[in-house]
Design a binder for this molecule. Structure first.
Ligand code: SF4
Length: 143
């Protein structure tokens, strides 16, 4: 055998590193353009710095169920599209490819209700901003 295990691993690693450097130096696309090329087909839109700053607040939910109080009639009228606000916060809004479903669900909750529930949420999940984010990303994914 030409190389021992460790030497072979080092050679492969060095070769891969050189290939990455070469590709970066001579690739036409980089940054956001490359991101779109890699992730648009997976329905993963890019986020801007303001959205990125908001995201930790979207994931504050402790599953207390308080935001589902009073939602029974909206859930029933939605014919399965709206499973309750807690489910939207904990499930469909957490994954961008599922934002179509989250946007459909949130269409059953008026913004003034979302704003009122923000004041009741013990961890301050910003429902109105979350709905805006989900709708914007769902629209981008569809486009
Ligand atoms: S009220 Fe807030 S913490 Fe409680 S389930 Fe709803 S989003 Fe989560």
């Amino acid at each position: 055998m030409l190389f021992s295990g460790r030497v072979l691993a080092a050679v492969i690693l060095a070769w891969s590193f050189l290939k990455v450097l070469f590709a970066r130096a001579f690739s036409r696309k980089s940054g956001l353009a490359l991101f779109h090329e890699n992730y648009d087909a997976d329905r993963l839109p890019a986020v801007d710095p303001d959205e990125r700053a908001l995201m930790p607040r979207f994931s504050r939910c402790i599953a207390c169920g308080r935001c589902d109080l009073g939602e029974a009639s909206r859930i029933a009228r939605s014919n399965g599209a709206y499973p309750g606000l807690m489910s939207v916060v904990l499930a469909s809004s957490r994954s961008m490819p599922d934002h179509d479903a989250a946007a459909l669900a949130l269409d059953h909750v008026p913004d003034e209700v979302l704003a009122a529930k923000e004041r009741e949420c013990p961890t301050g999940v910003p429902f109105v901003e979350l709905a805006r984010f989900v709708r914007a990303k769902a629209a981008l994914s569809r486009a």
